[in-house]
Structures are given as structure tokens and as C-alpha cells.
Design a protein around this ligand. Structure first.
Ligand code: PBG
Length: 331
């Protein structure tokens, strides 16, 4: 035998030296849930260890992440039921507490990266990402609303806007609207290939944003989010988003879609992000709580696999724990 791959696995220094991929905390984005009010810290039942905070406590949470070297965040709002309507009006209200919170966060932590959510579902009484008319999620009217929302979000100070809605043409409309308003430097991290997945459950619990169960309203998001069976279609979505002005392309979910992450990485030159979604994290947490898997081993292996597939950036609820692990803190 003259070829023995095990020679390069002999000792830990050797393994380190020949290691192909490394995941840094700077590649991670931590999703944060916010709710209007004060002194609120509520654990998400289906996502143990992850909380919904009011702004006062959220600032403390961000500070503790910052001290661990974790500086990238994406913020999602829970909206009171009485503020929701058919067209998501509160999303266009400049006094929306979510936008004020973003400004305050950036004021307190100017050098973090703060990402937004651009979609109507937090504000929609139907729980859909777009405007619902006669049982249809209408595209072009929704895109106009999202473009208007983008200007307000850019004004609030978000560094990147994250359109998670999957309407056609929204990147172009957002880009034009932001540029016209003087926000050329605000970026767009586009949910390019977002699949109609069964793994968003805990997130919808956290924000109370599931589609309503009403006759004549679709109970799923299959007319706008992608079919999990499709691979080439992700390339079409990516070509469109890039041509329309996206700065970063995202695949969502991550683990069941590693092939899509790899395809986008091979075919496009912009940074590729992956959203390791709530249900994917919840599965691992549940297995670890049962003693069936070891969290400190399984969690970093999971994140590394998403990175190895091609994700430059990973949005994950494990970001803070990973940062602690890297620093040698106990979890
Ligand atoms: C909604 C949105 C969803 C997530 C991010 N933005 C849910 C959905 O599309 O229904 C899911 C994230 C997660 O599950 O962690 N625009």
C-alpha cells in the first residue's frame, strides 16, 4: 500500500493542519425575536433556550452576544393581533415599534450587522407573506407594499433587508425604492430559494404568524414558496435575484437543502447564506434533551456541514452557543 489516507489523521495537530473547512463565529447570524413592551423574556416552547424579548432585555442579550464575538443579528417582530389587518398596514407605519427598536439597537451597537425581515406575515391577519384577495396571494400589489416597507426599514437603520416573502420581482422594486430614497448603501440579503417547508413550525409559534385556518384562504404557502422537489428552479430564482440587485443569496431551510446551497455556491459569485431554520434546530435540541445525541458534538458538526456545503453565512439559533463553545465556555 503506498496510499494511506490515515497518515493525515494520525494526530490532532496533523488533523488541524489538513482541515479543509473551518466555521468562524463571524460567519454566523443569530435570529432574535422581539415583542412590544418591557421586561419581557418568554421562552419559545418548541425552541427551548430561545426567547422572545422586549427591547430593554433584548439590548442586554445583544450585549452578551457581542462580548462572545457574535455581532450579526436578524430581527423578527411579534405583532399584537389587534394591529394585524388584510393588507399589513402596521408594516408601513413609521411608528411601528419594530423599526424604532432597530434604530435603538443600531444606536447602542453601531458596528453590529443588523438584518430585517421584509414580508407581510407578521402584520397580516391571514398569516400570509402577501396581500390576500379572493383566496389568492396577489403578487404585484404586495411588491409595491414591500418596496414601501423597505424604505422605512432602511431609514430605521438596518444594514441588510431580508425579503422572506418569495414574491416575483420584489428585489428590483425594493432596490429602486431604496435608491430613490437615498439608501444606496443598505444591502439586500434575499431569501432566494425559500422552500414551502414543514420545518418553520417553532418560528411561527414564536411570532404567532401561522396562516389562518379559514375557508377560501390557502392554509399553506405553496403558491409562493418553492416546491421541495425542485432543484434547477433555485438557479432561476438566483439569476433573477442577482439581476434585480441582491447582495447575498439565501437558501432556506439548510440541512434538507445542502444540494441547493452547493449549486448556488458553484454557480454564483456573491456570498451564499443558509437559514438553519427553527424546526431543524428544534429536532436536534429534542434529541439532545432525551440524551440521544450529545449537543456539544452534534451541534458544531451540523453547522460545519452547512458551511462545507457552501454557505458563507449561516443563520442559526445555535449561533450564541457556538460562540460560547469556540471560547471554551461550558453550555
Ligand atoms: C416569514 C418567515 C418564516 C421564517 C422566516 N421568515 C416562516 C414562514 O415563511 O412561514 C422561518 C424561519 C424559521 O423557521 O426559523 N416570512
Amino acid at each position: 500500500m503506498n496510499i494511506r489516507p490515515r497518515r493525515n489523521r494520525r494526530g490532532s495537530a496533523i488533523r488541524d493542519m489538513v482541515q479543509e473547512n473551518r466555521l468562524n463565529v463571524s460567519n454566523l447570524v443569530f435570529p432574535l425575536f422581539i415583542e412590544d413592551g418591557q421586561n419581557i423574556k418568554v421562552e419559545i416552547p418548541s425552541l427551548p433556550g430561545i426567547f422572545r424579548f422586549s427591547l430593554d432585555l433584548l439590548l442586554k442579550e445583544i450585549e452578551s452576544c457581542y462580548k462572545l464575538g457574535l455581532r450579526n443579528f436578524i430581527l423578527f417582530p411579534k405583532i399584537k393581533e389587534e394591529l394585524k389587518d388584510l393588507i399589513g398596514s402596521y408594516g408601513l407605519d413609521e411608528n411601528n415599534y419594530y423599526y424604532k427598536a432597530a434604530s435603538k439597537i443600531k444606536q447602542n451597537f453601531p458596528d453590529i450587522v443588523l438584518m430585517s425581515d421584509v414580508a407581510l406575515d407578521p402584520y397580516s391577519s391571514m398569516g400570509h407573506d402577501g396581500i390576500v384577495r379572493n383566496g389568492l396571494i396577489v403578487n404585484d400589489e404586495t411588491v409595491e407594499t414591500l418596496a414601501a416597507m423597505s424604505v422605512i426599514q432602511a431609514q430605521a437603520g438596518f444594514d441588510y433587508l431580508g425579503p422572506s416573502d418569495m414574491m416575483d420581482g420584489r428585489i428590483e422594486h425594493m432596490r429602486i425604492a431604496m435608491d430613490d430614497a437615498g439608501h444606496q448603501n443598505t444591502g439586500i440579503i434575499s431569501y432566494t430559494a425559500k422552500y414551502a417547508s414543514a420545518f418553520y413550525g417553532p418560528f411561527r409559534d414564536a411570532l404567532d404568524s401561522s396562516p389562518v385556518d379559514l375557508k377560501d384562504v390557502p392554509k399553506d404557502k405553496k403558491t409562493y414558496q418553492m416546491n421541495p422537489a425542485n432543484r434547477r428552479e433555485a438557479l432561476l430564482e438566483a439569476e433573477l435575484d442577482l439581476a434585480e440587485g441582491a447582495d447575498i443569496l439565501m437558501v432556506k431551510p439548510a440541512l434538507n437543502y445542502l444540494d441547493i446551497i452547493s449549486d448556488l455556491k458553484q454557480n454564483f459569485t456573491v456570498p451564499i447564506a443558509a437559514y438553519h431554520v427553527s424546526g431543524e434546530c428544534a429536532m436536534l435540541i429534542a434529541a439532545c434533551q432525551n440524551g440521544w445525541l450529545d449537543y456539544e458534538q452534534a451541534m458544531p458538526e451540523t453547522l460545519l456541514s452547512i458551511h462545507r456545503a457552501g454557505a458563507d453565512i449561516i443563520l442559526t439559533y445555535f449561533a450564541k452557543d457556538y460562540a460560547k463553545l469556540v471560547l471554551g465556555h461550558s453550555l
